[in-house]
Design a protein. Structure first.
Length: 345
């Protein structure tokens, strides 16, 4: 399987995230991608290419222009607040909930930062924009590769993407790589695209982007939002809205779920995808379902990821894999490549 990778991912390297009143070291670190890259090479999974510049127009098909403009200038605005900020990650402190206005763009940078985000765990750094754009470019290149007739391709991207919505960042995500890939497949003429999200956390950004649409079906298997991040979305009764009713499917599972029950959910998800008869599949490939993950609660073991790849291959669809979460850094490479190798067998 072909991999699309850009070393510029490492330009995004947050120092700290807010957790229970403390700034703690980031879980989403550059070494995650390094481990995956190393394992891809070690097991000779296939060619690894770095795409040329990202297609801006393809990004703008998913994200609001005022959000993209904000991201492009955010670091400079942060540093302009105080030159000492150059040494600190940018984190939001204010959010416009419910009765607040969302149609204003305050002049204040911290106010705009809150308008475009939903948690204090997603630091924006000097290289975030460059890294996120390079990642979106990898997702687009993987989609193109599949459009050219390849069975599958892998976008090895970070920061991850599935928590990012049309106009917000959060959950370590800024640009929704999977959604950008899915939209690119649609725009290239694939009539129906399925997105399957197997990250431990509900893909709230991807769901929100496609919630009103019948042409992109979204299915997610994740920790029950009653107890797990992102808490406010990902419940089973979210089935889509308007034309999109029936094209969104959430399969929340209790914290502590092991592979047997998880795999049943996967088979149910794949049955629903088959009914949709998509022309292509985008997999949001999070590996934080692993038993050793420091911030998640499922109990999947390393060999289970081979079975996941085999099950996904049985769907028989042109497939774009997009890297998402997975924070057991030393194991994330083996687990990710197990899925890809299982798929190719
Ligand atoms: C892409 C992705 O997987 N994003 C996940 C974002 C999760 N953010 C909340 C993390 C909470 C960290 N909890 C630390 C527990 C330490 N024992
Ligand atoms: Zn996750």
């Amino acid at each position: 399987m072909h991999t699309f990778y850009n070393e510029r991912h490492a330009l995004h390297h947050g120092k700290v995230e807010m957790f229970r009143g403390e700034l703690v070291p980031c879980f989403e670190v550059p070494a995650r991608a390094d481990y995956v890259l190393e394992e891809l090479k070690r097991r000779r999974l296939g060619a690894i290419d770095t795409p040329a510049e990202v297609d801006e127009a393809a990004m703008a098909r998913v994200h609001a222009s005022r959000y993209l403009d904000f991201l492009a200038g955010a670091w400079d605005e942060w540093v302009a607040l105080d030159p000492a900020n150059a040494q600190r990650d940018a984190l939001p402190s204010y959010w416009p909930i419910r009765s607040f206005r969302h149609d204003v763009l305050p002049a204040s940078f911290p106010a705009r930062m809150g308008l475009f985000s939903y948690d204090a765990g997603t630091p924006l750094t000097a290289g975030t924009w460059a890294a996120a754009r390079a990642g979106a470019g990898c997702a687009l290149a993987a989609a193109s590769h599949v459009l050219q007739g390849e069975r599958a391709a892998f976008a090895l991207t970070r920061p991850p993407g599935h928590h990012a919505g049309a106009d917000f960042f959060g959950g370590y995500c800024f640009l929704n790589n999977a959604a950008i890939a899915a939209q690119a497949l649609r725009d290239a003429g694939v009539e129906r695209v399925a997105v399957l999200d197997i990250d431990y956390h509900h893909g709230n950004g991807t769901q929100a982007i496609f919630y009103g649409r019948a042409d992109v079906q979204f299915t997610s298997i994740h920790g029950d939002p009653h107890t797990e991040y992102p808490y406010y979305l990902g419940y089973a009764d979210e089935q889509g809205a308007g034309a999109g009713l029936g094209f969104n499917r959430n399969l929340p599972l209790a914290r502590g779920t092991g592979f047997a029950a998880w795999r049943e959910a996967l088979h149910s998800a794949l049955a629903g995808i088959a009914t949709f008869k998509p022309g292509a599949l985008v997999v949001s490939l999070g590996l934080d379902t692993f038993e050793g993950d420091p911030i998640a609660g499922f109990k999947l073991a390393t060999p289970d990821y081979l079975r996941i790849g085999e099950d996904l291959a049985r769907a028989g669809l042109p497939t774009v894999f997009v890297f998402e979460g997975g924070y057991a850094v030393a194991e994330v490479g083996v687990n990710a490549v197990n899925v890809l190798e299982g798929f190719m067998q």
